[in-house]
Design a protein around this ligand. Sequence first.
Ligand code: AHM
Ligand code: MG
Length: 327
Amino acid sequence: MTQTTLRQHLQAQQTDTDLMILMEDIATACRMIADRVRHGAFAGVLGAAETENIQGETQKELDVISDEVFQQIVGGNPSLAALVSEEVDEVNWRKEAPQAGDFVVYYDPLDGSSNLDVNLSVGTIFSIVRLDAAISPQADAVKIKGTEQVAAGYAIYGPSTGLVITTGQGVDGFTHHPGSGEFLLTQPEMSIPAETQEFAINASRYDMWDTPIRGYIDDCLRGANGPRGKKFNMRWCASMVADVHRILTRGGVFLYPADSGNAAQGGKLRLMYEANPMGMLVEQAGGASSTGTGRILEVAPTGHHQRVPVILGSRDEVAVIEGYHKK
Ligand code: AHM
Ligand code: MG
């Protein structure tokens, strides 16, 4: 069987060389994060010992270690203007005078990290924007809409390590092959069925939901005899990467709405390194992504750590949920 590597795939898509090198750097960072995640509770101790740090006994959290790995590998890319990380308050500028053609990378180095304690799937999410003009290195300059993304993706650290990417030409899934170290194309042209009977939401927040979300879930739970006329299944991984991976594989909808517990922040999930990249992937796979009242990718960012309500997945089901918001 012929195996297609990540580079061969990006070349076949005629990806611009600078973008291809950047995506390969991100893939390398993800392979190294996967290795640290696999070390589990030993990661901090072993990581520090490897660098012969005399403070080696001070164990670092894996999400901090993952951020350091990402900065170290991707931060050296010559076309990079800035990194924006969930783990770092300020924009990490890599150039004093970013030019047109340079990239901004937004990322969550270890999403779903509450799952680490229980040894369940976590991942790294990334979004890439290319500057269309020179900018001065100020935080306002990275408030760029999701529609401007040139690529997005995530790595999933589960039973195997996967990498799912889009450069705006559909969505393709790769699996890390431990023998060669390559990401090999294993799920070409991933697509989300338009209809579904499966939703993902943290139902423990039921008492905090607003009327549209409560109405939608109530109606799903009423099954074949209810207004939806069909029985729904439910899944919740508490890891957006794992939930979106399932949806890209077999369909479904994922909801993390704004509710009375997070309304002051505007929701839980972050626009620039969670909602936008997942929104682009889902759209590229034929699905839809919405805040409930509009397309996620069209949200004009107010800050680089901004939070938004997130509803994404099977196209027709997202439209149904938007309908509950219009009632
Ligand atoms: P994190 O970036 O702090 O890990 O938070 C994001 C995660 C998502 O991966 C997941 O969908 C959600 O938070 C789970 O939230 P909850 O703890 O309410 O189930
Ligand atoms: Mg996160």
